[in-house]
Write a protein that binds this ligand. Structure first.
Ligand code: IMP
Ligand code: MG
Length: 195
């Protein structure tokens, strides 16, 4: 059952864009596709970007019926709802990815700058193969040409939270994807700062 409007745990939520059941179904499909695509691989590594990809990657890996492992990197490119276009590596992956079939997993592609930059860095580390998997994609916002191999859902240019995605660290726990009412969010922030 979807929550009714007044049951949302955050007042800045506008509406549910992708319900939990649709996410589950799509994650199953992606898992099946990856299982088939990597049927000959013994060295599959899902490499997630912290923290947005956590919910997605932990669900996705349960649907991949192949030997595999996972690792994480932490990069920052955002503050609030606007991209700074600058990517900083805060914490690197532990696995030596040479000889691994790597799937770089993130929550959302917006400008594409984050994954574009991380991808370039990983290519230099010479993995056996490298693909990109994103839960969400906002095609209207792309600023760079990024090859995306697996996409959960394409969405319009809304700022969204839930299923790992946040606005200033809020909203990650929602089991669905919801759009944010940015005016309400700013008003709430102002109120909190004034308090
Ligand atoms: P990009 O570098 O512009 O593609 O931005 C990618 C990162 O920005 C994602 O990994 C998210 O952390 C963040 N981001 C972009 N759009 C949204 C959104 O709608 N909601 C939450 N985070 C977002
Ligand atoms: Mg992110």
């Amino acid at each position: 059952m979807l929550p009714t409007q007044n049951e949302f745990p955050y007042e800045f939520i506008a509406k549910v864009l992708i319900p939990e059941e649709d996410i589950k179904k799509r994650v199953c499909e992606l898992g099946a596709q990856i299982t088939a695509d990597y049927k000959d691989s013994e060295n599959l590594l899902l490499l997630g970007l912290l923290r947005g990809s956590v919910m997605f990657i932990t669900d996705l890996m349960r649907k991949i019926n192949r030997p595999m492992t996972m690792d994480f990197m932490s990069v920052s490119s955002y503050s609030g709802s606007e991209s700074s276009g600058f990517v900083r590596i805060d914490s690197d992956h532990k696995t030596n990815i040479h000889n691994w079939d790597v799937i770089l997993v993130d929550d959302i592609v917006d400008s594409g700058l984050t994954l574009y930059t991380v991808r370039k860095l990983l290519v230099d580390r010479k993995p056996k193969s490298l693909k990109i998997c994103t839960m969400l994609d906002k095609p209207d916002r792309h600023k760079v040409d990024l090859p995306i191999d697996y996409t959960g859902f394409q969405i319009p240019d809304y700022f969204v939270v839930g299923y790992g995605l946040d606005i200033d660290e809020k909203g990650r726990n929602l089991p669905y994807i919801a759009s944010v009412d940015l005016e309400k969010y700013q008003a709430m922030k102002k109120r909190e700062q004034g308090a």
